[in-house]
Design a protein around this ligand. Structure first.
Ligand code: SF4
Length: 151
């Protein structure tokens, strides 16, 4: 994990990872709890193409941008166990992980246990507001991190 005082080093490392070797991990709790039409599957929350919130919902915006950039995968997970399974299955070289502090800490520790040659670069972004329902992320900052390396 890149500690805050090393964020530039971490960003530089992440920027060197090709788009097709990166994955985006998002927490399920960013969905609008009242009227999100997404369906939870074994691979995480799936957003219907015709979701009317897609242009304003943080998950929809970040998912669309990651797809446009050519990310290897996107997982909107209800918990760390699913996110870890996704990482194991996709074996990315770079991970942008957005979650609450607790989930980030646990997830990064778990990934750090991988053998050195398999360890991906992990760039994290903690939620602005956590609490498990209707959480909040700085979408502009998340978009900036998603695009690192394209400048
Ligand atoms: S874009 Fe947002 S509101 Fe729409 S299905 Fe996905 S998470 Fe739910």
């Amino acid at each position: 994990m890149c500690a805050d005082n090393r964020v530039l080093t971490c960003e530089e490392a992440f920027a060197r990872v090709p788009m097709g070797e990166r994955v985006l991990l998002l927490p399920h709790c960013l969905r609008p709890s009242e009227d999100c039409p997404g369906k939870v599957t074994r691979d995480g929350l799936q957003c219907p193409q015709d979701c009317t919130h897609r242009g304003e919902c943080a998950i929809g915006r970040l998912r669309d941008e990651a797809e446009r950039l050519g990310y290897k995968g996107i997982c909107v997970a209800p918990g760390g166990a699913m996110a870890l399974r996704f990482v194991k299955e996709t074996a990315p070289k770079g991970i942008l992980a957005i979650a609450c502090h607790k989930e980030l800490l646990e997830g990064v520790q778990a990934v750090e246990e991988a053998p050195a040659e398999e360890k991906p670069v992990i760039l994290t972004l903690p939620l602005l507001r956590d609490g498990c329902v209707d959480t909040l992320v700085d979408v502009d900052e998340a978009l900036r991190r998603l695009k690192l390396g394209t400048e």
